[in-house]
Design a protein around this ligand. Sequence first.
Ligand code: MRU
Length: 356
Amino acid sequence: MAIAPEQTLQWVGDSKGHLSLIDQTLLPTQLQPADCHTVEAVWEAIKVLRVRGAPAIGIAAAYGVCVGIQTLDFCTASHAQLRQRIDEVTSYLATSRPTAVNLFWALERMSGKAKSLSEAEFSVKQIADALLQEAKSIHDEDRAMCHAIGQHGAELLFDGMGIITHCNAGGLATSEYGTALSLFFTAQDQGKELTVFVDETRPLLQGARLTAWELLRRNISTVLICDNMAAQVMREGKAQVVVTGADRIAANGDTANKIGTYGLAILAQHHGIPFYVAAPSNTFDLNLESGDLIPIEVRTDEEITNGFGRQTGPEGVATYNPAFDVTPANLIAGIVTEKGVISPVNNENILQMLQS
Ligand code: MRU
């Protein structure tokens, strides 16, 4: 049964409007919007993962610029004041999270849009309107890219397949079908029956709270497993493929994604199971030669010792909480983009696909 996609992000009103997003920290028990009327509220929503997932972070940041410039009166502010404010809000939003390159890509695109409009021809109000239009275009393009990723990637899936996925790369992490989950939704639209084993994804449980929720809403056979069960699932022959999303892909194909992805890729190789990444072209960072250069976010001790309101580690214990890891390109069978599947994964094939 087809159901309406989640409204992960929505702009409400005109250029003086606001961003409304599904507060993902409340899922799976409450489906509630959080309204962001200030750039600080957008920054906080990204920081604490009310909105998360690389493409959704980028879209939220683009709308964040539109919210941030509202401190100006568009009728009386000067072009210089607008320029200064755009610089302030983009620099500020860039400090929210470091790993997903879509954030920086979207902020650069918003600044670029403002710079492209001649101050002699466009009023401050017209530039503010154009920035909102640009954020909406980023949002719409993401929707289209996710659907195209699904079309290319569904070819890799066959009826009756068992799949393992990690974290959440679905509609909640993007604007609609998602990246990794788009393959499953599209395969389902084609009449294929799949069973998806969902890693719970410690410590913040994006797999359990978000991916399992999305898959169940779309009637896909869903089996929730703890992260440390994937090897056994593979060994028992229950999964024939692994598909995840990505937060940043270096020029050589090394891929940063949620912590635990690298281990899953090693397990897949050991069991002779292909490991695929699904991501739009704005998740590639061709400025970085390899994954060693990708900044990895390190989050707080409490996420490990006091997750979801219960103390699970002794007082004062040291922790290490990297939120992402890097899977080397040689463990990745293919990267599914909106333009097609890159395989084998190497510099040349990546460049060729992105320039096509
Ligand atoms: O910390 P998160 O929840 O933002 O991490 C998200 C992921 O790692 C996703 O797999 C990735 O962003 C791809 S989303 C299409």
